[in-house]
Ligand binder design. Structure first.
Ligand SMILES: Cc1cc2nc3c(=O)[nH]c(=O)nc-3n(C[C@H](O)[C@H](O)[C@H](O)COP(=O)(O)OP(=O)(O)OC[C@H]3O[C@@H](n4cnc5c(N)ncnc54)[C@H](O)[C@@H]3O)c2cc1C
Length: 472
């Protein structure tokens, strides 16, 4: 067992923990990062499966994600655009398949108008909400009392419009049924991306990818940190703390430090035994943030066959098991890769099936979108973060009804020498790698100021405007 003394110990080598470590090192602080897994990157994870590079976790970056873009620029990491050319496919509740172009689903004009009305309401409210402090909005308490599902139905009598809009945030983002989280939580998700319109525009939110993969960003930062900084296979299960300092106990390394950053998703805070126990408010708060669940489906074919038919690979089917599909062909790969998503209760149902039944069921949905060629991929793989001990769900955590207003104001308040940071606690970039980078920088800046006795800007997250060339 190695015993180390450092200025700061960071628990978790995901994008948040590694960005914080990088900032602290730049300020001349000594750091140790203890990571439970045998790899860095957390919910960003890439592997070669059946000869294909698969982004098992986070992968896309959108134009507003200037926190992540500035980190990419710092390390000279390039991005590339997602393949978007061609027509999209919509499969309606009646199973009818329609090819279309443009942003609107090919549904009755009055339903499009009703959806546009709901989008306008969401945009207006999201513009009034500060993603760092959604609980301060004048209607925050009221909006946190009602489920997103029921709130939408107070705005429209059109069931299809309410279902479609609900799915953008429920299945598409928080990966929980719309009746399990509040309207305020949904509006935070929208505000964190600049607007609800941004979130529902797949060409915006799924704009580009990282040439060296998203996990590659964490690997690059970790390599830059150098020797004796990141310690893998070191789950921290015990943390002694006071106002003056901490001692973190990993499997092979114990670190005493002036400050700790717990950079793990909030649903895992209680894996750590705190000595003394955390204050009552933290104990309660930490029980109200839970992970969603989504299966990311990867299917690799010898060619991107859909492109030859004039299809982009993009498809939506609000009532199908696989409700969205996109062309996810990896950088300069001559083969074609599709990625699909199966969210919340649909994911539960899929895990009840045998492996063969599950595969057949999922491929049948892909074929509904893009044709029978989809039935025979060369590689078929499902991302299942729900079975990962050090994540336990996907993509991220959100509050139960009323939790955001009641507990949100306390979520990032340090406890003695312990700081809490992850993309789950971010305002801008909430639930995304961008939010992780922002939280890592913000928390490091707070600690540097405390250790050096200098002034501190609580809004600092190091983001810089993105050069136009990034979106060319
Ligand atoms: C399937 C999937 C798809 C996604 N798609 C996108 C996307 O396209 N774009 C995007 O921007 N974001 C996406 N995300 C979200 C993004 O990956 C996360 O927001 C981001 O990784 C969060 O970073 P983090 O460092 O806060 O937490 P994590 O990435 O979860 O890192 C936390 C780390 O802490 C470690 N840890 C946990 N407990 C302990 C302990 N007790 N001791 C030591 N270490 C511990 C974990 O092993 C992990 O490495 C996706 C996520 C998933 C799961």
């Amino acid at each position: 067992m190695a015993t180390l003394e450092r200025d700061v110990v960071i628990i978790g080598a995901g994008p948040t923990g590694l960005t914080a470590a990088h900032e602290l090192r730049k300020a001349g602080k000594t750091v140790a990062v203890l990571e439970a897994r045998d790899r860095v990157g957390g919910r960003t994870w890439t592997d070669v499966i059946g000869g294909a590079t698969i982004e098992i976790g986070g992968q896309w970056i959108s134009p507003d994600q200037t926190g992540l873009y500035s980190l990419l620029e710092e390390f000279g990491i390039e991005t590339y655009p997602r393949h978007k050319e061609g027509t999209s496919v919509f499969v309606g509740p009646d199973g009818k398949r329609i090819e279309y172009t443009g942003e609107d689903f090919p549904i009755a004009p009055e339903k499009v108008a009703e959806m546009d009305k709901l989008i306008a309401v969401m945009d207006e409210l999201a513009a009034q909400i500060d993603p760092d402090r959604p609980w301060e909005h004048a209607r925050a308490e009221e909006l946190d009392m009602i489920s997103f599902h029921h709130w939408l139905r107070t705005l429209t009598d059109d069931e299809d419009a309410a279902t479609n809009i609900g799915l953008f945030i429920a299945g598409g983002m928080l990966t929980k049924p719309a009746h399990t989280f509040s309207a305020l939580q949904a509006l935070l998700m929208a505000a964190s991306a600049g607007s609800f319109s941004n979130l529902v525009n797949e060409d915006f939110i799924l704009d580009r990818r990282i040439v060296g993969t998203m996990q590659g960003v964490s690997k690059t930062v970790a390599a830059h940190l150098g020797e004796d900084v990141v310690f893998l296979n070191n789950p921290v299960l015990k943390l002694d703390w006071s106002e003056e300092g901490v001692t973190a106990y990993g499997a092979t390394v114990t670190v005493s430090a002036k400050k700790a950053i717990v950079a793990v998703p909030p649903n895992l805070y209680s894996r750590i035994s705190y000595n003394p126990p955390l204050p009552r408010k933290k104990h309660i708060t930490h029980q109200h943030q839970s992970m969603g669940l989504v299966i990311k489906v990867h299917a690799v074919y010898d060619t991107p066959f859909w492109r030859a038919k004039g299809l982009s690979g993009t498809g939506f089917a609000p009532t199908q098991i696989v409700s969205e599909v996109y062309d996810n062909t990896f950088y300069e790969d001559t083969r074609g890769t599709l990625v699909g998503f199966i969210s919340d209760v649909h994911a539960d149902a899929m895990f009840e099936l045998s492996e063969e039944e599950r595969k057949a069921r999922i491929l049948a949905d892909l074929a509904n979108f893009l044709g029978d060629e989809a039935l025979t991929p060369e590689v078929f793989y499902l991302s299942d973060f729900g079975s990962e001990e050090w994540t336990r769900g996907a993509y991220a955590t959100s509050y139960d009804l009323g939790g955001l207003f009641r507990f949100g104001p306390d979520q990032s308040v340090p406890t003695g020498a312990i700081h809490w940071a992850s993309s789950d606690l971010a305002g801008e970039g909430y639930q995304h790698v961008d939010g992780a980078v922002r939280m890592g920088r913000r928390t490091a800046a707070l600690i540097i100021a405390a250790l050096d006795g200098t002034a501190h800007d609580p809004a600092y997250d190091g983001s810089v405007p993105v050069p136009d060339t990034a979106h060319a």
